[in-house]
Design a protein around this ligand. Structure first.
Ligand SMILES: NC(=O)c1ccc[n+]([C@@H]2O[C@H](COP(=O)([O-])OP(=O)(O)OC[C@H]3O[C@@H](n4cnc5c(N)ncnc54)[C@H](O)[C@@H]3O)[C@@H](O)[C@H]2O)c1
Length: 345
């Protein structure tokens, strides 16, 4: 490998804008290829960052032969791009969630592991100081109860609405394409419950439906659950309850509460600011969540791993991220069966 890590992107939509600032300003990274099935999106990135544009991932990998790739595609599109990378032994960072078909995802995990390539999943919250401080405390004082939520509004056809102006609006509101809000978005919190609380063995879910359908300007093709509650049982005996909601237009937010015997941690907002309370002590330990530096931190871990071959700083491998994805997909299975589901990893 030359001094620079030569990087190619597969998928040039919204999330590429979170990774590109660090990649394009890093002296040890060269952006050599951009691929998107809508090639104009790849061309727009080339105009800004250089490299070559493609509408086909295999063609990009074979033409520019990158040292590493970012796979930044919708939930339904996973599988083929990862396989194209591992066949060519190209390390990749793949954004969450890692797939929509549990059987294919379990198969893919085995293929990735057999290939030996560096494969990282984009659960950037695992690099937050606030999260890791609480993880350290829970090592000797395990979580007994957690509850968390992402509460937001519905995707509307409305000036300025993110979903009606961005490509994500074409697939996010369709459950068969995104997996639904619990899989596509609240998966960050699903992943944190595993990161902080260990493996989840069983889940049960209820959903609310047909409230958003009454809205006159609901985005076409919307068929999501308007809200979901997901109960989880951990291998170590603790329990958690997570909620998703995309029907609250007045107010919402992101939170996660963790209760252990001697510690309570209250995380708030996307940045996961935390207040930590300790039994017998006045006040709280407060840690501000990382905001602008969280994607650069994650990107640096990936680029360094590619440069050195040392994977020890990676906190969410592809295999680990797949487990969080399979857990979130098990919630959909519970909705379909009306039964508790033993999570198959
Ligand atoms: N880590 C985070 O906080 C975070 C935030 C936003 C999005 N994401 C994740 O990133 C992924 C992409 O989200 P987005 O907001 O960029 O969506 P997007 O719709 O804006 O962009 C996805 C792009 O992928 C392209 N694409 C689809 N299939 C492709 C293929 N086979 N090959 C090449 N390009 C393909 C689409 O044309 C589109 O331009 C999603 O899984 C999402 O959950 C993560």
């Amino acid at each position: 490998m030359s001094d620079k890590v030569r990087v190619g992107l597969i998928g040039c939509g919204g999330i590429s804008g979170a990774h590109l600032p660090h990649l394009s300003s890093s002296e040890d990274v060269e952006l050599v290829g951009f691929c998107d099935v809508v090639v104009e999106r790849a061309q727009a990135k080339v105009e800004k960052h250089g490299g070559q544009a493609f509408d086909n991932a295999e063609e990009m990998l074979d033409t520019v032969k990158p040292d590493a790739t970012y796979i930044l595609i919708p939930t339904y599109a996973h599988g083929a791009p990862e396989r194209s990378c591992i066949q060519r032994k190209i390390p990749f960072l793949v954004e969450k969630p890692l797939g929509i078909d549990p059987d294919d995802l379990r198969k893919l995990v085995k293929e990735v592991e057999a290939s030996g390539v560096i494969a990282m999943s984009g659960f950037m919250n695992r690099y937050r100081k606030s999260i890791n401080r609480v993880k350290d405390l829970l090592a000797d004082d395990p979580a007994i109860l957690m509850d968390g939520a992402w509460i937001g509004g519905p995707p509307l056809v409305k000036e300025g609405d993110y979903f009606s102006t961005q490509p994500i609006g074409q697939w996010w509101p369709v459950k068969g394409k995104s997996g639904g809000q619990m899989v596509e978005q609240v998966i960050h919190t699903v992943d944190l419950t595993r990161y902080l609380g260990g493996e989840v063995v069983e889940v049960f879910a209820y959903a609310a439906r047909n409230f958003n359908q009454k809205l006159p300007n609901l985005i076409p093709n919307y068929d999501l659950d308007d809200a979901m509650v997901l109960s989880m049982k951990f291998a170590h005996g603790g329990v958690a309850n997570l909620m998703s909601c995309c029907s609250a237009q007045a107010n919402g937010g992101v939170f996660l509460n963790v209760w252990a015997s001697a510690h309570t941690a209250r995380f708030t907002d996307w940045a996961h600011h935390v207040k930590i309370f300790t039994a017998g002590q006045e006040g709280s330990e407060d840690i501000k969540g990382d905001i602008d530096d969280i994607f650069p931190t994650e990107d640096r871990v990936f680029i360094n791993a590619v440069k050195t071959g040392d994977r020890s700083a990676i906190r969410a491998t592809h295999a680990d991220g797949a487990r969080s994805t399979l857990l979130a997909l098990a919630a959909n299975e519970s909705l379909l069966t009306g039964q508790p589901v033993t999570v198959q990893y």
